[in-house]
Structures are given as structure tokens and as C-alpha cells.
Design a protein around this ligand. Structure first.
Ligand SMILES: Nc1ncnc2c1ncn2[C@@H]1O[C@H](COP(=O)(O)OP(=O)(O)O)[C@@H](O)[C@H]1O
Ligand SMILES: [Mg+2]
Length: 363
């Protein structure tokens, strides 16, 4: 598997595209063979295997790595937001390398065009016809590096593909192959030369995570292990696109009780009513919170979602979608802090109905 690069340098800087999806066709469900949904123990084993591989190159960030896998199995997209030099790009590349699938990396720059992302129809003199040259988004894993350095127009081209999982160019629709995950990195919005992502676009990301500095012990391991050569260069895939599709199908089978669903709605509703927020979380957020919770429970080998899963995911899934009021901003309250308060305040369902003995069919 080669990490392909597309940059703002224009078409000359691009390598051949990933696998374009067939024109006009619909994705075939979750893409896995029927009747082959693996058990949740298999999800746990595969998750641990992929996480261990990534952690060979990213030190001291087990929680962040876990969240990246949650998003992958929840069929979502991940936004890694943090200051320069904390391993954002490295995490995105390590995830991409760990799975044998098509990968493209887009370095976002101010001169990157929407068509670099989506693709373009070009006239072929020989055939006398137009042919489609797929853009950088045609891959299973798309690493969008420093996404907030591109113009809003180019950002929105990517974000449209993320939501629709398809690309329309000159009236023809191309479906993106499953799995399809965008891992975008960005520097904090206060940094110079950035175009902040509008709320509507942040909402497309299932989760936002900040790397944070490694602790002293992890930084020591980094210095010792990575001093000579970069272990990323020799990182081998430990999973495949086919396996990931099967894992995603298994996650669909995790059971969610009505009590847990109500709890998710309560959490999200409280963000909408909070006096500290002028924009609460959307219904898309509620859906993605539950999907992520299913993936987390499956990664822990559990066939049903617990309120605890929602509590653990509330910050990464909700905090980047809400906006603080002017007062909260002046008081320097972070949206993370506000969401954490909400999680503490909203009562946890006292009894969660026991899941059926056999894993329930997916809901
Ligand atoms: N937690 C970490 N574990 C291993 N290496 C790290 C970690 N944090 C930073 N690094 C190292 O720091 C350098 C910068 O990482 P990079 O991914 O390019 O940062 P960013 O994209 O956040 O600017 C890389 O050489 C990477 O190996
Ligand atoms: Mg980077």
C-alpha cells in the first residue's frame, strides 16, 4: 500500500487515483457478504490489533487511538485539532498504513481547488470524449492535512463528499467505496493563515479530538525509539478494507435499549437548552453519538451499549458542534467544560433493560 499524495501544486503533483466507484451505482449495504457478520469478540480482537499497530509509532496516546477506531467503525470522520508538532499527521498516517486499503493524503493549501478534491472531467482527444479523473477523495482513507488552510470553497467540496459519500461532477454521480473515512487535521483556529471551518461543516465530523502533549514517560519512549529512523516508514498493515467492512457490519448488531436512546436524547437536548450555549448539538449529533457508542461497546467486546459509553463519547462527539454564548466566552469557559458539566448534570438512566441473550439484530 502506498501513501499517495495530492497537494495544492496542481494536477502535476498528483499520482494516480484510488479506486473510483462505479458510476451511478448504490453502495451495496455495508459491503460485506451476507451472513458473515463477525461476532463482537472478533471486533475486539481486530480493534486491539489495529490499535497496537498504531501505538507502535504514536506513544502515550491510547485513548486518542481508540477514538480513531471508534470513528472508523462508526462509519464516521475524525477531526484532529491541536497545536503543531503533537503527532496529528502521524496518527492519521499510522491509521491509514495499518489497514490495507486505498489511501490518499491531501495537503490543504490556500490554492487547492475543489476539483483537486472531487475530480474533474477532461477531454480525451483520442476517444473524442470526456473522461473523469477522480480527485483525492476517491480512497478508503483520506487524510486531509491542515484542512483549515484551504479556502472555504475547497473545504466545502470535501465536506460534501463526506456527508453524501458520493461525488457529483458534471451531472454524473460517483459513489465512494466503503469504508470511507476522512481523517482531517487542523491547527487551532486562532493560528494565522487559517479559514475556520463553519459550524455546519464541523458537524460533519463524528468526533473531534485533540492529541495533547505526551507525558514525560511517553516522550522519553519517543526520543529513544524514534531517534534514528521513523518507525512509521516500516509500519505494515494489520487489517484490510474487507475486514473493516465486516467489523462495521458487526457494530450494527450492537444492542441499544430505549433507556440508552432516551439518555442520548436527554444529553443532546440539554445542550440545546443550556444557558451557556447559543448553539446546541444537532439531531445528526445524536445519531452519531449512538453510532459511536455502538462501535465503542463492540470494541470492548460488549454486545450492548451502556450509558457509560455515551458519557465517554459526549465530549469528543458533541463539544465541537456547539457554540458558547458571549458570556461563556468572556468567562473563558471552553465548550469541552460546558459539555462535561452537562454530562455531570443529566441523570443517568437507573435501569437499562438487559439486552436479549442472543445479540439482537442491528438497529
Ligand atoms: N505522541 C507522540 N508519539 C510519537 N511521536 C510523536 C508524538 N507526538 C509527536 N511526535 C513526533 O513529532 C513529530 C511531529 O509530528 P506530526 O504528526 O508531524 O505533528 P503535527 O501534524 O501535529 O504537526 C513527528 O516526528 C512525530 O514522530
Ligand atoms: Mg501535521
Amino acid at each position: 500500500m502506498a501513501l499517495q499524495e495530492a497537494s495544492g501544486a496542481g494536477p502535476a503533483g498528483r499520482t494516480s487515483p484510488g479506486r473510483p466507484a462505479s458510476t451511478g451505482s448504490r453502495p451495496d449495504g455495508d459491503g460485506s457478504a451476507p451472513g458473515q457478520r463477525p461476532s463482537l469478540a472478533v471486533v475486539q480482537e481486530a480493534g486491539n490489533r489495529i490499535a497496537a499497530n498504531i501505538e507502535r509509532v504514536i506513544d502515550g496516546k491510547a485513548e486518542v487511538v481508540r477514538l480513531a477506531l471508534v470513528v472508523l467503525l462508526a462509519e464516521g470522520h475524525l477531526l484532529i485539532e491541536d497545536v503543531p508538532g503533537v503527532g496529528k499527521t502521524k496518527l492519521a498516517k499510522a491509521l491509514a498504513r495499518s489497514i490495507d486499503c486505498s489511501v490518499r493524503r491531501i495537503q490543504f493549501t490556500p490554492d487547492l481547488l475543489p476539483s483537486d478534491v472531487t475530480g474533474v472531467s477532461v477531454y480525451n482527444q483520442e476517444s473524442g470524449d470526456f473522461e473523469f479523473r477522480p480527485g483525492a477523495v476517491f480512497a478508503n482513507l483520506v487524510v486531509g492535512d491542515e484542512i483549515n488552510r484551504a479556502s472555504p470553497k475547497t473545504q466545502s467540496a470535501l465536506l460534501e463528499c463526506m456527508e453524501e459519500r458520493q461525488v457529483t461532477v458534471d451531472g454524473v454521480t460517483y459513489v465512494l467505496e466503503s469504508p470511507f473515512m476522512v481523517v482531517a487535521t487542523q491547527n487551532p483556529i486562532e493560528m494565522e493563515g487559517t479559514y475556520p471551518l463553519p459550524e455546519a461543516q464541523r458537524d460533519r465530523f463524528t468526533a473531534r479530538v485533540s492529541m495533547g502533549y505526551p507525558d514525560a514517560a511517553a516522550e522519553m519512549v519517543m526520543l529513544v525509539d524514534h531517534a534514528g529512523s521513523d518507525p512509521l516508514e516500516t509500519l505494515e498493515p494489520v487489517s484490510t478494507a474487507t475486514e473493516v467492512r465486516a467489523l462495521i457490519a458487526a457494530v450494527h448488531g450492537a444492542h441499544v435499549s430505549d433507556a440508552v436512546r432516551r439518555y442520548a436524547i436527554d444529553l443532546v437536548n440539554t445542550t440545546r437548552r443550556s444557558a451557556d450555549l447559543r448553539l446546541g448539538a444537532s439531531p445528526r449529533a445524536t445519531l452519531q453519538l449512538l453510532r459511536a457508542a455502538k462501535a465503542l461497546s463492540a470494541l470492548e467486546g460488549r454486545s450492548y451499549v451502556l450509558p457509560d459509553d455515551l458519557q465517554r463519547l459526549a465530549l469528543p462527539v458533541l463539544a465541537h458542534r456547539v457554540l458558547p454564548t458571549a458570556e461563556a466566552q468572556i468567562a473563558r469557559r471552553s465548550t469541552d467544560g460546558i459539555v462535561a458539566d452537562i454530562v455531570r448534570r443529566v441523570p443517568i438512566p437507573r435501569s437499562v433493560e438487559a439486552p436479549p441473550v442472543r445479540a439482537a439484530p442491528g438497529r
